[in-house]
Ligand binder design. Structure first.
Ligand code: ZN
Length: 306
């Protein structure tokens, strides 16, 4: 499983060699540290290649990377689904179902309050350190809640769908410029940084990584498609216009009158693009659509409406 690093929340170090694992796996020898007792959470299969020790809040963890030969898996399902990642709904699926956003507001409020208290303390004093540790514990809690939920959703999605189609949102680009230059300061910047915080809070990047490796394990696939106009294009007639989106959540086609939740429309279009990517074996869907080539007739507009 890949590790997700975030400054300050996780401290870790790695032993590529020199470590030894007890036969029954109850102890592990770490260079310069010696034998340490561990509680084994799962069997160590294959050859241990690498040991990582990490600290999360008050707890220490040992992860062992192993190498083993496995037969290429065959995915148990042959279903394909599109998902639209959003702010109001964490993910909306092309089958019409959706997942509510992860709520960590209670913890966030608590952290904010503690941070205010921290600012009033003498830096590096014992009370400051105590409070700082408490804040770290809350941060870990928030990360755990998020991690846990994303794991549950990704496992469920991965198990029941051989192919999952998502938008290729450049999360990094979207979250990079939130500070804004001196001229840019104002409402927009504030709104944008708020949205960025939500995006980060939802952990989209982490979610995609989880889906990718879970699909790898099961023999499935994740396809990323061009996100352009997915929420402005009518899944029934193909008409694409800003006017189709009268409000944030409602889609109404200006041409044919098709009505739906905007996120669901996004998911349907994402699924349709995934079908085209599979049919054409190409990733740059925008060019394909404009050139009018390689549109699968039976998949032009998947009308999976619940
Ligand atoms: Zn339409």
């Amino acid at each position: 499983m890949p590790t997700f690093k975030k400054k300050g929340e996780v401290n870790s170090f790695n032993f590529p060699q020199g470590f030894k694992i007890d036969k029954n796996g109850k102890r592990i020898f770490l260079p310069k540290i010696g034998w340490v007792n561990v509680r084994k959470s799962q069997a160590i299969l294959g050859k241990a290649k690498n040991v990582t020790v990490s600290q999360k809040g008050k707890h220490w963890f040992v992860s062992i990377q192993v190498e083993q030969e496995v037969a290429p898996p065959k995915h148990p399902s042959n279903a394909m689904i599109g998902g639209d990642l959003g702010v109001k709904r964490l993910i909306t699926l092309s089958d019409g179902s959706f997942v509510e956003p992860i709520d960590t507001s209670k913890q966030t409020i608590r952290i904010k309050r503690l941070q205010k208290q921290l600012a009033r303390k003498v830096k590096f004093s014992s009370n400051w350190k105590k409070l700082k540790a408490k804040i770290t514990t809350f941060h870990t809690k928030v990360a755990n809640i998020r991690h846990d939920k994303l794991h549950k959703i990704s496992t469920q999605l991965s198990k029941s769908h051989a192919i999952i189609v998502l938008e290729d949102l450049k999360i990094r680009n979207m979250t990079k410029n939130s500070k804004g230059s001196s001229e840019q300061h104002g409402k927009m910047v504030k709104q944008k940084s708020g949205l960025n915080r939500v995006i980060l809070n939802q952990g989209w990047g982490m979610f995609k990584e989880m889906l990718k490796y879970k699909q790898d394990w099961l023999g499935g696939q994740v396809i990323f498609v061009d996100p352009k106009h997915t929420s402005q294009t009518c899944p029934a007639c193909g008409h694409q216009s800003k006017d189709n989106r009268l409000t944030q959540s409602k889609f109404e086609c200006a041409k044919c009158g098709y009505q739906d939740n905007a996120d669901h429309v996004g998911a349907l279009n994402i699924l349709a693009r995934g079908h085209r990517v599979l049919a054409c074996g190409e990733i740059d869907i925008s060019q394909l659509v404009e050139a009018g080539t390689c549109l699968m007739s039976d998949h032009k507009a998947p009308m999976v409406l619940n």
